[in-house]
Design a protein around this ligand. Structure first.
Ligand code: FAD
Length: 514
């Protein structure tokens, strides 16, 4: 071989130009690495999904006539990425290493080390050919340590890629944004219509055995079969299922939460995030397929398709830009100086707060929760109780099947914890129990009373919310999206205010018992 091409676990892009032709001089390498399996404690389904997708990708490449070396945990032992690449290069007398640009800063640093440490080898890096916005254009749209609004970026992307546009400048349907039509609660009569999710049935016994034998720490549960997509064909099937059965109601119930049906965990969400992030499927293809379904199917209206396109063309590309323009500083941000430890129930789900128990419980069961559960249930709770952002990040980075730092970190530290002081979010996403009651049915069988603020049975979110708002009044009072709520606080008499703050302090002191 003259060239070694290394493929990361999230670079399973069969359409990459690397694979356009077979070249006997090129050795492709895919490796299960201990450091990657342990840099945080991952969910067992996340470990299995990545490893199985990597195995399947390696087999598919071999079938297409490429030379592939697949290294398991047994082969790589405790070697680093750099050590694996260098020892293989030596073994095969290779002097040329080719890489695809990684999505995560941690890996980029390792690649840079490889480039500087290896004077005898030629190391080069090509694009991963996945995102819509070319990497080198990120600085044209984003500025480090500055507020950049998603909406502004998203409209530019719509125009640039001519997606859901009428002519060059006008959004299809006359509006850029249908968020107002997309905030429905699921009523009892809606529950029976929620489709059973498409779950795959992959056998992962050999991976479980290997992961356990290597004593890789993990969290969460797994059934004997893995339900996540692991090939591009799986991803296409999931996308097809989404367009047919879920897209007609995607936007409408995008923010809704329930625990009253067996399908509460998946609702109308696509669950394509792992397939997208591992590059089994391209964002362009997903958007195109969804728009075709919208054009061919009267049951899908503009608010549904726009809501979906916004997530992928807007949010997904936006957080990537915010990540890269702000790393490595992003991982140091703690604007609200949160210091508390993450309570233990984040690891087992046993809390009397029904909203938290539901969101954490399904995350442990499925390695999945949808956006509003991540943002408004677990995220909101961590922000109001001032959990140290590093610990919050680690939990999110470990538990979700789709969690990769480039997308996890801006969403968690920025959007959900406001630890960047507002680079991403125009206000902290702080909510009291009334939000939970508005968007979910969690409160109806909760131990706590959502209407109460100060009693021993009052919903902890109510007092914690006011404590948070009062504590950060100086920072938030001038925010046009928030300032007016202080009028409500000022209307209360001193005794009422004291009782609320007293209850909040009790909740913080007894956080493990909530
Ligand atoms: P759907 O609701 O079906 O949305 C479709 C697609 O849009 C998703 O697959 C995803 O690719 C994209 N998308 C939607 N919202 C966002 C967003 N805010 N940022 C980026 N892409 C988005 N997403 C991850 O992929 N990995 C993470 O580690 C991750 N961590 C998060 C942490 C927090 C605190 C929050 C609030 C959000 C996080 N998200 C993350 C974003 C979002 O919650 C998930 O992408 C989504 O829930 C995945 O489920 P789905 O595929 O069913 O999404």
């Amino acid at each position: 071989y003259h060239t070694l091409r290394f493929i990361l676990g999230d670079q399973l892009n069969a359409a990459h130009s690397w694979f356009k032709q077979q070249d006997q001089g090129v050795l492709y390498v895919i490796a299960e690495l201990h450091p990657e399996a342990t840099y945080v404690t991952h969910h067992i389904q996340k470990l299995c999904t990545f490893f199985l997708a990597m195995e399947r990708f390696a087999s598919a490449l071999k079938e297409n006539g490429h030379d592939v070396c697949y290294l398991t945990l047994d082969d790589t032992q405790n070697q680093s990425l750099e050590e694996v690449i260098l020892s293989l290069a030596k073994q095969h007398n290779i002097d040329r290493i080719e890489l695809q640009r990684p999505d995560e800063y941690r890996v980029l640093q390792q690649y840079h080390a490889l480039i500087t440490d290896t004077a005898k080898l030629t190391v080069s890096m090509v694009d991963s050919e996945h995102f819509l916005l070319p990497f080198h254009e990120i600085p044209d749209f984003f500025q480090a340590k500055h507020t950049v609004r998603m909406e502004h970026f998203y409209r530019k992307m719509r125009q640039r890629f001519n997606i859901l546009m009428t002519g060059d400048r006008e959004p299809e349907g006359g509006q850029w944004n249908y968020d107002n039509a997309n905030r429905n609660k699921l009523k009892t009569k809606d529950l029976a219509d929620i489709p059973a999710p498409l779950c795959f049935q992959h056998d992962v016994a050999h991976l479980l055995e290997r992961i356990q034998r290597h004593e890789i720490p993990f969290l969460g549960k797994i059934d004997s079969r893995l339900l996540w997509p692991v090939t591009s064909q799986d991803a296409l099937n999931l996308l097809d299922f989404f367009c047919k059965h879920l897209l007609p109601n995607f936007g409408r119930f995008q923010d809704a939460m329930t625990n009253q049906t067996p399908h509460s965990w998946s609702l109308y969400h696509s669950r394509l995030s792992f397939a997208l992030n591992a590059k089994l499927i391209s964002p362009k293809h997903v958007i195109k397929a969804a728009i075709t379904a919208y054009q061919e199917n009267d049951t899908i209206d503009i608010a549904q398709i726009e809501g979906f396109v916004r997530q992928i063309l807007g949010w997904r590309e936006y957080v990537r830009g915010m990540y890269w323009i702000n790393m490595p500083d992003y991982q140091e941000q703690n604007a609200l100086q949160a210091q508390r430890n993450l309570p233990n129930y984040f690891w087992h789900g046993q809390t009397k707060m029904k909203c938290l128990a539901s969101a954490i419980g399904q995350s442990l069961d499925y390695a999945y929760a949808h956006h509003i559960q991540r943002l408004m249930v677990t995220g909101n709770f961590c922000m109001l109780t001032e959990i140290e952002p590093q610990q919050v990040d680690e939990w999110y980075l470990g538990i979700y099947v789709d969690a990769l730092e480039w997308v996890e970190l801006p969403n968690t530290r920025g959007m959900s914890q406001f630890a960047d002081g507002g680079w991403i979010a125009s206000k902290p996403y702080a909510a009291s129990g009334s939000y939970m009651q508005k968007m979910s049915d969690y409160c109806s069988d909760c131990h706590y009373k959502v209407k109460e603020k100060t009693s021993e049975e009052s919903c902890p979110l109510n007092s914690l919310y006011w404590r948070f708002m009062v504590k950060h009044r100086e920072r938030l009072a001038t925010n046009p999206r928030i300032g007016m709520i202080y009028g409500n606080w000022d209307k209360q008499n001193d005794a009422q205010k004291h009782a609320v703050l007293h209850r909040a302090e009790w909740c913080l002191k007894n956080i493990e018992a909530l």
